[in-house]
Design a protein around this ligand. Structure first.
Ligand SMILES: Cc1cc2nc3c(=O)[nH]c(=O)nc-3n(C[C@H](O)[C@H](O)[C@H](O)COP(=O)(O)OP(=O)(O)OC[C@H]3O[C@@H](n4cnc5c(N)ncnc54)[C@H](O)[C@@H]3O)c2cc1C
Length: 553
């Protein structure tokens, strides 16, 4: 296997030589540095690399070149190597081009010239982007392979688990790829044992649960200590932020998730409004960074592990896990967020995981290349999902009850959707029924204008309708509002049951629930803002408040 390539595109000999020199000095052990003097030459090089089966990790292009501007080179290189990182070299005066590149060419970073000293201004950026590229790419012949049927809910569950756990793997659909039969025969896997997970060392897991996969990958599922200062339930943005601050501020911190770190944000194809990421950041990339940070600072992370209940024992909180084990902690954070509501239409439940997916646009999108899919819902998550699916599917239809997306979706997403030719809006429409033999084949859509029902062919439905809080594991003493969201701080005082439930002589701290020392942050909390940034802010605040609580006890 040849080393992955870093491709420099610049027509100015001096700049070209400087980038080449700097990149070679730092990366030549692991990467081949190649160069092109024009956009045309760069695209030819990319196509040639592709035809040889080589990997392209990054394209770094100058903006100002005769013939083809850098932005166009980067946008077109994406068609050949969608995962390669794209960096634009600009002059300070060219920030406008960089912003345009972010919006249109989806570039990952722009670098202003000159970047001396490279140790401070070039290598950290390139290292970061190459780490992200490595986390997503896997050479053809090596690594973990998941073989199964596209329409099997268990295949979907394992794909989802591996993707959310940031474990690179290759998906092989037995129905589409005839070569998989030989692979399965060689591994001794029978048809009724699918999906099968084939490890590089020859080990095979047959029809595994996510938990077995985690164990085989060496993930510990047992807590290291008997007592913690802070246990965080839910590793979405709120939980991850609390883990970073808890561990860095000296609390013995444990973070648990029933699925894998990332939460709802982890399923987002592109978060464009999180501070500090001008080119946007995918949910999986943000999760990878946060998780690495939390673990480096000393937080313990266990997943998949579900908390099913808590009880209070002389101020200590006892958490019960699905496997019956218990954990004890002095303070606890409920950061279990929200989940999508199930779609009530006939046929949806039977086809869940077999063409009906909740969220999951990033995990399943490649499997729908060239097909026709429906996105149900008109919120921002539906918009992001539709845009991501449109990169693969032949046609994406967004099905919504309202006349337009204006009241439910941010304008920047509406603009991008309008510019995407293979996305179509189906206003004033609802899904009436889903049919198919073993997987989704047809959908009956009802017009809300005249009630007429029309049956259409569709390969999948990605459902992004309303959400509900995940609070069923909390005891009744943790008070909630009428919709089930957890009440905290001063909001508690107005609750009817407050006098009966609150046992302390002081008032609850901000973000503290009606059980002293149990906090709630992020989407699970009544009054939450439902944004990544606010969840991160609340999760970080809880650590200060946990210190305050511990000082009182
Ligand atoms: C597709 C999509 C795109 C989005 N895009 C944006 C965006 O661009 N910008 C933005 O600001 N916001 C966006 N949002 C909203 C944002 O992701 C949420 O507001 C944010 O993730 C809330 O974080 P959280 O930590 O409170 O909860 P969540 O992200 O919901 O995480 C909760 C975690 O708790 C775990 N959990 C639940 N119950 C248990 C249990 N009993 N035991 C153990 N673990 C449990 C879950 O597995 C989950 O990982 C998007 C949401 C979605 C779905």
């Amino acid at each position: 296997m040849n080393k992955p390539v870093l491709l420099i595109v610049d027509d100015a000999p001096q700049v070209h030589a400087a980038v080449r020199r700097d990149l070679r000095s730092q990366y030549r052990e692991q990467y081949t540095v190649m160069s092109a003097k024009s956009g045309q030459e760069a695209l030819e090089t990319a196509r040639e690399l592709k035809s040889r089966g080589d990997s392209l990790a990054m394209v770094i292009s100058d903006q100002r070149m005769p013939g083809m501007l850098g932005n166009e080179v980067l946008a077109r290189s994406r068609e050949v190597y969608p995962l390669a990182r794209r960096v634009l070299l600009t002059a300070y005066s060219d920030i406008e081009a960089a912003v345009k590149g972010i919006n249109e060419a989806h570039l990952d970073h722009y670098l202003s010239k000159p970047w001396d000293p490279p140790e401070e201004r070039l290598f950290p950026v390139i290292d970061d982007l190459l780490d992200a590229w490595q986390a997503e790419s896997l050479p053809e012949a090596t690594g973990l392979r998941l073989v199964g049927h596209q329409w099997s809910p268990r295949s979907h569950a394992i794909k989802n688990f591996l993707a959310s756990s940031l474990i690179p793997y290759r998906w092989l659909d037995v129905a589409r790829d005839p070569a998989t039969r030989a692979l399965l025969d060689a591994a001794g896997v029978a048809a009724d044992e699918l999906p099968a997970l084939l490890f590089e060392d020859g080990f095979v897991l047959r029809n595994p649960e996510p938990r077995q996969v985690a164990e085989r990958l060496g993930r510990s599922l047992s807590a290291a200590f008997d007592l913690y200062d802070l246990v965080i339930v839910g590793a979405g943005p709120a939980g991850l932020a609390a883990a970073v601050y808890g561990a860095s501020e000296g609390l013995r911190t444990l973070l648990l998730d029933r699925h894998a770190p990332g939460g709802q944000a982890g399923s987002s194809a592109r978060i464009e409004n999180y501070l500090g990421f001008p080119a946007g950041v995918s949910g999986s990339e943000l999760t990878r960074r946060a998780l690495t940070q939390a673990q480096r600072l000393g937080a313990e992370v266990l997943a998949p592990l579900e908390v099913t209940g808590i009880s209070i024992d002389a101020g200590h909180k006892r958490l019960t896990l699905t496997d019956g084990r218990e954990l004890v902690t002095r303070t606890m954070l409920a950061a279990t967020g929200m989940i999508y509501r199930e779609h009530p239409a006939t046929g949806v439940a039977e086809h869940t995981g077999a063409g009906v997916y909740y969220g999951a646009a990033t995990t399943e999108a490649p499997a729908f290349a060239g097909r026709r899919v429906l996105v149900i819902g008109g919120g921002n998550s539906a918009g992001q999902g539709a845009l991501h699916l449109a990169r693969y599917a032949r046609e994406v239809q967004i099905v919504v009850h309202r006349e337009t997306l204006r009241e439910t979706m941010s304008q920047y997403l509406i603009d991008q959707i309008e510019k995407t030719q293979n996305i179509r809006l189906r206003p004033r429409t609802e899904v009436d029924r889903v049919d198919g033999e073993g997987h989704v084949e047809r959908v009956a859509l009802r017009s809300l204008q005249d009630g007429a029902c029309q049956v259409e062919e569709a390969d999948a439905l990605f459902v992004f309708i309303g959400t509900r809080p995940r609070t069923d594991w909390l005891p009744p003493d943790v008070l909630r509002d009428a919709k089930g969201f957890v009440l905290t701080g001063r909001d508690l005082i107005a609750a009817d049951a407050y006098e009966r439930v609150w046992k302390e002589s002081r008032e609850p701290l901000p973000l503290e629930t009606s059980v002293a020392g149990v906090f709630a942050a992020g989407d699970v909390r009544a009054g939450a803002m439902n944004r990544v940034a606010s969840a991160v802010g609340e999760g970080s605040m809880v650590v200060r408040l946990a210190h305050e609580y511990l000082a009182l006890t």
